[in-house]
Design a protein. Sequence first.
Length: 326
Amino acid sequence: MNPTARTSPLPLPDHPVLVVGATGSIGSQVVRALLERGAPVRVFVRSPQKVRDLPPEVERVIGTLEDREAIARALRGVHAAFYVSPHDAAEETLAQNFVSACEREGVRLVFSGVHADGKNRLSRLVMRTVFGLMMPHYKPKLRLAERVRTSRTNPVVLIPGNYFQMDEVCREELLAGRYPLPLGLVPRVDTRDVGEAAARALLDPGVPSGGYALVGPESLSGEQTAAHWSAALGRPVTYAPGLAVTDAIFDRAYGGRKALDCQKSYRMVGKVKVRTSPADLAQTTFLLGRAPRSHAEYAQETAARWQAETPPTPEVRKSAVPVGAS
Ligand SMILES: NC(=O)c1ccc[n+]([C@@H]2O[C@H](COP(=O)([O-])OP(=O)(O)OC[C@H]3O[C@@H](n4cnc5c(N)ncnc54)[C@H](OP(=O)(O)O)[C@@H]3O)[C@@H](O)[C@H]2O)c1
């Protein structure tokens, strides 16, 4: 890969770009970024109600990833497709349904998710094995990402760090002066940047197939993250990591399989120390055509948005999970 920054606007496709997971945290940002660029968009969703606020020109195909006929219908005549793997026990089967359909239709696939990248199958197998030992519950995610990476879809595999926006699950705790999610030192990224990088890969056939790290300007620790929130909120925020509190927060925010995935992930991200490499930053900058957003900026914007909203009532404040909760 020889990435060079994009300098001129891309020609828009005549055919729609399909987005799976359009109601989720990443898919919604992909839809936003595509619409901002004026691209025709089709979403594949389970519930029309959940996309009622999208502009009328966005095509809706209703169906589930379990339904191969619905997937075939959604892919008919598209320019390219975006896939994010849902938090689902059958995630490998769902991915297999979608990837095989893209292969049959000859559609470029842009995927965002957990992946252990490397130059060839052997180096990726070694990486996957090591990663799988550290994070057994990631094994299906790693296998499905490799299925995408080796598919006949001219695939682009986006490998985002921990999302900045995960912090918003602990809004009440942040407002009470604590940042409780365990973070050793990890690459983190703004989901808006993930959406914009995906839009580039979906619209620009010149983006080479392969794996691309998506990161912010620097890796962040829990202490640094808390310091950004402290500056943004204009009051002290202490880094106070706790697994029981973290588990309770994800149960409160999501429940089910998504909560379980997040709880397990934070058991790892609390322990590791991974510095953002210049190569990873270069890949992100290439896709975005600019430097990635910083967490400090994100925290400022989010705190300003919270402050503009109705202040939380004393009852809501009391819903903050107390330190030491089990
Ligand atoms: N959190 C992080 O920091 C992080 C970092 C890197 C990678 N990841 C990975 O990102 C992925 C999750 O992405 P996300 O945060 O965007 O997920 P999300 O917010 O939970 O969204 C999941 C989307 O998939 C849809 N969906 C679920 N099951 C479906 C089915 N059977 N058929 C069709 N659509 C279905 C959901 O639709 P409904 O609205 O109908 O439910 C929703 O739109 C995971 O694989 C995770 O491992 C997360």
